[in-house]
Write a protein that binds this ligand. Structure first.
Ligand code: HEM
Length: 435
């Protein structure tokens, strides 16, 4: 008997299931299935059945998981597992709690204040070198955020190894996203595993060095010196696992947010003007945790970019015991996921959902406040993005430094198409011009 007979949507194409459509046109796949089956349905992805939940209530129950039934490690390991193993998102329950407590020491207010200067220096370096003609905003943001990560995470200490780290990380990322996972020489997966080993070596050496020095402002130093509740530091390879995972978690997510936001601002000059007015009012002051809430319209525009293109469109989990989610029984062993990419455009909750309309988040309309878990770009519960304040600072810094000096123009007929999974990115060039 099919233990999921009560969940509609059985009968996927043989072998590939919905995986090809998932990669080709994920919005269409989700919309078609929602129209046919409602807000809870099953899909066949990468060889396994996943129950997709599109209600804010189910999203809340999955993220909060009060009885500790849903495994994030089980959900994520099939995609990013071997490359980013033992990262924070690949840990569960008590073990996750212990590591999260340690990592929080690198993400508190004082720690973040120490990252502000690095974020500004690297941003200004890239923006000073902006070309006069059209540039691909996705590619530029990718380079910029990688440099920001290198500086914030490791200080200037990567030195000559910066290029090696960048290449190794790129290989590991590409491998995490490939469906072909044979460890044969010459394959992307094999290169990715080699990349991981390179990162382990470089970060491993740095952790040992940092432990011999007085604490410094960079994130690696903070993690190297951070202690558990019992006063112990983590083993060197545990710090390394966290650093490798942090690069994954921080890089493409921030790149994607920035590219989508700048592109939308270029397409919507009225919103761009509103942002320009408030970033000019900063008068060159760096964006910090203390002043970034003054950027009211920038925040609205950023929220809207994250609503339309959430960088983490799914948060898969596997049930370790039988559980009921929003009234639907889920047997042990089954994979479930909320889907911010579809919930954020659900016509029952959002007005004109595919339109870029930041004012929907402003007081008076505040559409996102209809339910605590309707707008969830940073997830929720125990695995809530630990870097969301850092992400917000980086995004606002880049927008503020860029628009304080320049205006952006985009061609609305350029036919830019965003591929929403695994992390939103344009299918071709995403060209902007500065004026
Ligand atoms: C706009 C940028 C970002 C977005 C939208 C984002 C989104 C998310 C989401 C949705 C999750 C939870 C996934 C789940 O529950 O399955 C998550 C987890 C995480 N994020 Fe972010 N993230 C961003 C940037 C960052 C940055 C800059 C860092 C670090 C500097 C970071 C570090 C992490 C870590 C370590 C986790 C795992 C937390 C845990 O399992 O306890 N993220 N992120």
């Amino acid at each position: 008997m099919d233990p999921l007979a009560h969940v509609p949507g059985a009968g996927a194409p043989p072998l590939v299931g919905h995986s090809l459509q998932f990669l080709r046109d994920c919005h269409r796949l989700m919309d078609t299935r929602r129209a046919r089956y409602g807000d809870v349905f099953r899909t066949e992805l990468l060889g396994r059945t996943v129950v997709v939940f599109l209600t804010p209530q189910a999203t809340r129950e999955i993220y909060l998981d009060p009885d500790q039934v849903l495994s994030s490690e089980g959900g994520w390991s099939t995609s990013i597992g071997p490359l980013f193993r033992r990262g924070l998102m690949l840990r569960d329950f008590e073990d996750h709690h212990v590591h999260r407590q340690v990592m929080r020491q690198a993400f508190g207010r004082a720690a973040i204040a120490g990252y502000v200067e690095a974020i500004h220096t690297v941003t200004d370096r890239h923006l000073d070198a902006l070309p006069a003609g059209p540039f691909d905003v996705y590619r530029l943001m990718k380079r910029l955020t990688l440099d920001v990560a290198a500086e914030v995470f490791a200080g200037a200490s990567l030195g000559g190894q910066a290029e090696t780290v960048s290449r190794a990380f790129g290989d590991a990322m590409a491998a995490a996203l490939t469906p072909f996972r044979l460890r044969l020489p010459g394959t992307a997966f094999h290169r990715g595993m080699q990349g991981r080993r390179t990162l382990e070596r470089v970060f491993g050496d740095l952790v040992v060095q940092r432990r011999q020095q007085a604490p410094r402002a960079d994130l690696l130093s903070r993690l190297a010196h951070a202690t558990t509740e019992t006063g112990d530091v983590l083993a060197v390879d545990e710090v390394v696992d966290h650093m490798v995972f942090l690069m994954l978690a921080a890089h493409d997510t921030t790149t994607s947010t920035l590219a989508v936001l700048l592109w939308q601002l270029a397409l919507h000059p009225d919103w761009q003007e509103r942002v320009v007015t408030e970033v000019r009012a900063l008068d060159g002051e760096p964006v910090t945790l203390a002043n970034h809430t003054r950027l009211v319209d920038t925040t609205l525009a950023m929220q809207e970019a994250l609503r339309l293109s959430p960088p983490v469109p799914f948060s898969p989990r596997v049930a370790t015991r039988d559980v009921v989610l929003d009234g639907v029984p889920v047997p042990a062993g089954v994979a479930v996921t909320p889907a911010s990419m579809t919930l954020h455009r659900h016509p029952d909750w959002w007005s004109d959902p595919t339109r870029f309309d930041p004012a929907r988040f402003a007081p008076g309309r505040a559409e996102h406040t209809q339910h605590s878990h309707l707008f969830v770009p940073f997830g929720g519960g125990a695995h809530l993005c630990i870097g969301h304040h850092v992400a917000e600072l980086v995004v606002k810094t880049v927008v503020a430094r860029l628009l304080a000096r320049r205006r952006l123009v985009a061609d609305p007929d350029a036919g830019v198409v965003l591929q929403p999974v695994p992390i939103p990115r344009p299918r071709g060039p995403m060209l902007l011009t500065v004026t």
